[in-house]
Design a binder for this molecule. Structure first.
Ligand code: FES
Length: 152
């Protein structure tokens, strides 16, 4: 099987059966992401235990790429510390926006399946929507012990 076919299958699978779809109960942070190009949006909720992302879920209306990206993202960062999740975000940002970034970055694992969107500039926003939403959620200061913070 060609690598491109493998990547396509990963994206189709995560669009068909999104992982971590829904909302976290009593979240530490709740952030809405919006793609102004198409009007699609997603809502990301996450629960922190100390510095660790104990749970993370997403819901909303989006295309196959945005749904698959959000599904892959929640799988990748669940259980990680805020610092680790921020590192993954930065690697993904490079992967999606920098043609010279290494798609074989071992730290990205299955997320490398999203590297193909670089060839389709209009779809980069689809793939990065959830990641910018995550970055906003991780940047929320002092979320513990407080009601959910909402950012739009
Ligand atoms: Fe709207 Fe992809 S077309 S997020």
């Amino acid at each position: 099987m060609q690598l491109a076919d493998l990547y396509r299958d990963v994206i189709l699978d995560h669009n068909r059966v999104p992982r971590n779809f829904g909302a976290v109960e009593a979240p530490s942070a709740r952030v809405e992401g919006f793609n102004p190009l198409c009007g699609d949006h997603l809502v990301l909720t996450l629960k922190l235990e100390g510095e660790r992302i104990a749970d993370i879920r997403f819901e909303g209306q989006g295309c196959a790429i945005s749904t698959a990206s959000a599904s892959l993202m929640t799988e990748a960062v669940k259980g990680k510390s805020r610092a680790e999740a921020t590192d993954i975000f930065e690697r993904m940002h490079r992967l999606l926006t920098d043609d010279t970034a290494d798609a074989d970055d071992a730290a990205l694992g299955k997320l490398a399946a999203l590297s193909g969107v670089r060839e389709f500039p209009a779809r980069v926003k689809c793939a990065s929507l959830c990641w910018h939403t995550l970055a906003s959620a991780l940047a929320v200061k002092d979320v513990q012990g407080h009601p959910a913070v909402t950012t739009e």
